[in-house]
Design a protein around this ligand. Structure first.
Ligand code: NAP
Length: 332
């Protein structure tokens, strides 16, 4: 352990927040690495069909935008490491050079700038770092309806851009009323015979521009005030049954595919015992990224914030690096 390298910062997650942090870290000449779970950098953006609100780069697919981010990182020499981090332990380096775990709750965090974090991967690899940037993003929520698990992968999907092509010329349903549900439905309308959007209220949460776009597409039908009850079929999905919340009427809609787009859950598993989170599980951190644990900063969809967009995730990554620099130089 004595000779182990100690990074200035380790960025966990390679979505827009993580890659933006890496770009800023490289420019700040920090000793850092960016750890990603798989070789595919980009996070949730990778499954976005079209990103039309990232300034200067209109109309790119999520994959193309991620490629731009990655190429920028590569140009600056950002070191990417593929590892699945499963544990973060705070500690200090003892005079003998060994890492000593500490319990911040017991020891207090008054004198914190000598804190070191040990990150451990599933493969048993260990990384020591003075700071951590939590940029692990978020994942799709499950709807918890009958048949959802039974038909997962054979008609139930959480990613229209990944699986839409399997439903060419078929009828499909999208459950949800946010940006993702509307984007998914618009994407699917180009492939499918008919697309139903099932929403539990009579007003969409999605951006008005998306709602107008979907409304103008002939093969999209809005099914408002309806909750999904069950997905049925024999080997594959054959129907979705929904219930109208106003009059209680049930309707069974014949569809071959059901796309569930009801929001995201922050991927905070690694951090929830170390930093304060809100009731929905998001890490409580302001724009600076500072969390309740000195040395741990949060960027992107993992953080409690009013607007989760690629641009705000990228901004978080940049802000976190400024905060890391301040923390390392004890200037805040
Ligand atoms: P979201 O904005 O949280 O919307 C979730 C939708 O699903 C809401 O309409 C909600 O209904 C509905 N819903 C939630 N739980 C449900 C349940 N159990 N059963 C039925 N319906 C349920 O989530 P999202 O659309 O996945 O978007 C996630 C975030 O990514 C958002 O902040 C979004 O703005 C952002 N995003 C950004 C971009 C971009 O940067 N270009 C693109 C896509 C998404 P209610 O409306 O009734 O609550």
């Amino acid at each position: 352990m004595e000779s182990m390298k100690i990074y200035d910062t380790v960025i966990i997650g390679s979505g827009p927040a993580g890659m933006s942090a890496a770009i800023y870290a490289a420019r700040a000449e920090l000793d850092f690495c960016i750890i990603e779970k798989s070789y595919a950098s980009g996070g949730q953006v990778l499954s976005t069909y079209e990103v039309d609100n990232y300034p200067g780069l209109p109309g790119l697919s999520g994959g193309e935008l991620s490629d731009h981010f990655k190429k920028h990182c590569d140009k600056l020499g950002c070191p990417f490491i593929t590892a699945d981090i499963v544990d973060i332990t705070p500690g200090r380096i003892a005079p003998n050079g060994f890492f000593n775990e500490i319990n911040p709750a017991k020891e207090g965090l008054d004198s914190v700038n000598d804190l070191i974090f040990m990150l451990t991967s599933t493969e048993g690899e260990a990384f020591l770092t003075k700071t951590v940037i939590a940029a692990t993003g978020a994942s799709h929520k499950k709807a918890g309806i009958d048949g959802e698990d039974d038909f997962a992968g054979v008609g139930v999907s959480y990613c229209a851009t990944c699986d839409g092509a399997f439903f060419r010329k078929k009828d499909t349903a999208v459950i949800g009323g946010g940006d993702v549900a509307l984007e998914d439905a618009i994407f699917l309308s180009r492939l499918c015979n008919k697309v139903y959007i099932i929403h539990r209220r009579d007003t969409f949460r999605a951006a008005k521009s998306l709602v107008s776009k979907a409304d103008a597409i002939d093969n999209i039908e809005f099914v408002f005030d309806s909750v999904s009850k069950s997905i049925s079929g024999t080997t594959n999905v054959e129907a979705l049954t929904v219930k109208n919340v106003i009059n209680g009427a049930e309707r069974t809609i014949p569809v071959s595919g059901v796309f569930i787009a009801i929001g995201i859950t922050p991927a905070t598993g690694l951090f929830s015992s170390l930093v304060a989170c809100d009731e929905a599980g998001y890490v409580i951190a302001d724009e600076s990224g500072k969390t309740s644990m000195p040395g741990i900063f949060a960027a992107g969809d993992i953080r409690r914030k009013p607007l989760r967009q690629i641009i705000t995730a990228a901004a978080d990554g940049a802000n976190c690096i400024t905060s890391v620099e301040g923390y390392l130089t004890k200037s805040f």
